[in-house]
Design a protein around this ligand. Sequence first.
Ligand code: GL9
Length: 810
Amino acid sequence: MTILTKENLKEELRQRVRESYAVELEDASADELFFTLGSLVKAIYNDNWRETWKNYLKEEQKQSYYFSIEFLPGKMLKSNLLNLGLLDLVRDTLSDLDVDLDDLADVEKDMALGNGGLGRLASCFMDSIASSGLPGNGNGIRYDYGLFKQQFVDGHQVELPDEWLNNGNVWEIRRPSKAVNVHFAGDVYLKENENGQLKPVAENEIILRAVPYDTGMVGYQNGIVNTMRLWSVEIPASEEGKYKSIEERRVYEDLTAVLYPDDSNERGRMTRLIQEYFFVSAGVQSIVRYFQKLNKPWSALSEKVAIHINDTHPALCIPELMRILIDENDVTWEQAWDITVKVMSYTNHTILAEALEKWPVYLMKQIVPRMYQIIEEIDRRYVESMRGIHPEDLIQRTRIIQGDQVHMANLSIIGSHSTNGVAKLHSDLLKSVVLHDFYVIYPDRFNNKTNGIAQRRWSQLANEPLSNVLDESIGQTWRKDSSDLKLLMNYQNDEKVLEKLAQAKHQKKEELAEYIQETTGITVSPNAIFDVQIKRLHAYKRQLLNLMHILKLYFDLKDNPELDIHPRVFIFGAKAAPSYTYAKAIIKTINEVANMINNDASIQDKIKIVFLPNYNVSLAERIIPAADVSEQISLASKEASGTSNMKLMLNGAVTVATLDGANVEIRDAVGDENICIFGLTEEEVYAYYENHEYYSKQIYDENPVIRRVVDSFVDGTIPNIGYEGREIYDSLIRYNDEYFLLRDFDDYCRAQERIDTTYKDQALWRKISLVNIANAGRFSSDDTVRLYAEDIWQIEPIFAHTEKEGTSNV
Ligand code: GL9
């Protein structure tokens, strides 16, 4: 195939469907067509994939490896087609065959190997790294089951397994020839060898085989295809007889079976630790093996390789690289340490204390004994090197092993040359509060990299009507360079463009309304305000504050049915960690309030509540383009960055926000008059902490509106809830409202009133919406990864030779 036309595309599909399924193209099922098209797309980019890799090798390009225990790519068919420049051609060809590309794309299962923002960020980065022509790869785990599927039964969250691999995965390539062994457990002691060197000797180890599955990460119309390598466990044949019981074997055999669905509370701790070492060791071994092909001295490792530790889960990269250098390659400790620190860099994604990973010493000794020995030595040398330079208490607070715990963030900072936060405010808080001790010791290691989003997915793929309006008004350059969205500012007062943008929004709202009807049976009007809060369910994100405002509105309407508010549909999407009972209580309560209000005829459809089950990347692609209002209402200081805030503004939603995470930068981008800010600032929150002067009961006692809302959780107002309402009530009153909902409530309600009045002034609303779209370009992950590349990884773009020859590369 040289030039792809409709005709030869059809022919190619026809041949492949016959070969694979023994049917004619016209008779193929949607599944058969999807897999045929997928394999064709893969065949199309495979040449570029091979070429990209060969080029990196030939040019001896420095490459970065993004180690992440989570990736959330979602569906890949349309994004691959878009990036290959084939989207329109394939859509037209299929439509000749009476097949709708979107129906076909729906066949693909979401690849949901992550929990939320952190995993989705990793996937946005993969897209942007390839699209920017940067030599960077992903390294993670191929979980057999992704994040659980969520259903509601009687309003309760029920978790079902996500069997995403059942029909096979068209994008991956299994590469058994690149498998490596990973060693766990056993007794490890040091013994002098014939050269007088102390080397570890291990007995009774458990050896597992890590088999890589590679997925091509296709760059946007630049001929680059990078690799996301995910590891899967197997038991090597030689080890079969070693397991004492089936249970013991299971622990290891099932190692890569499930993704841990808790984003902050650790469960199944042992398996999680084994998972962490498994993908770290396999990844670092394969990187070192690649480096050795280059025949360079070890001192050159940091000139060829950058390893990024995405949150602390892959922090064992540090002792693992040390192990490979000193145990397997006779590098001295000092040189190995120097290399390791230069190679490694680390991103912190949260300030929540419960999410800062620690491992008990006994568990590390048991599961990864050699890692523990090396960490002990790193810790010993750290303390020794700091003595006389810094006060003893500072050293003790920052050391890696404290009491019976190993502090993974401390290891990550000490063992790398860069620590970054994910939004300006978050990075400042790391320096001034959370990691202040480390900032005193290593001021130069700290930096900020504000998150970004893969703009193409969240505009071009998710929102075609909007994309068409943009093309017609500002031309097409924004498709490649999202900073050109700025050009839209010239149309702030252009009635035609404003009208077209409003029509595009309406179309997406109609589509979502239809989806809501189909999936929940609830009828909503696309003329209502679509008010959206979509993110993991967590107390600090304050979905409950949103619900409390809804209840207030409801009571207002009950008191005064003529109240003049614009009809609003409150849309939620959120999964709760299965063991997080409080979050589940909130889900149940939202669902019951929804039942109560949606079925109350006296409300005359002025409020509707829709909790869409199973929030995931694909559902986000449906909801975000249809949103009018974006709820970003975490307690200031708690949300490290947020990324749905960026996706929603890009699609013209107006943000209701606290000054938290990247909301601060969104406010700076659009200006105060184009965002609805409310609530405590981070300084005010910290002042409350310092002065211990917050009393939620007092606010409750003094504020009748709040009292009515809070009481409704326990006084029988909301049907069909029991302990859930009590738990919520207690969190607010008995346990003093940890996230200051009552303190922010009044201000939040005022912000919501501003939304209502502004929306009624459609001319104003449309303009604000336009300003948000026009200023979203700066939150592109293309820019974010370029900054990582320049400031942290020191890698440079390579331009594929194919780029000169045109874009479609086929
Ligand atoms: C998170 C932060 O909470 C978000 O604010 C941030 O946008 C993302 C990406 O940097 O990282 N940290 C974290 O642990 N999660 C985040 O979303 N949690 C999940 O991914 C579930």
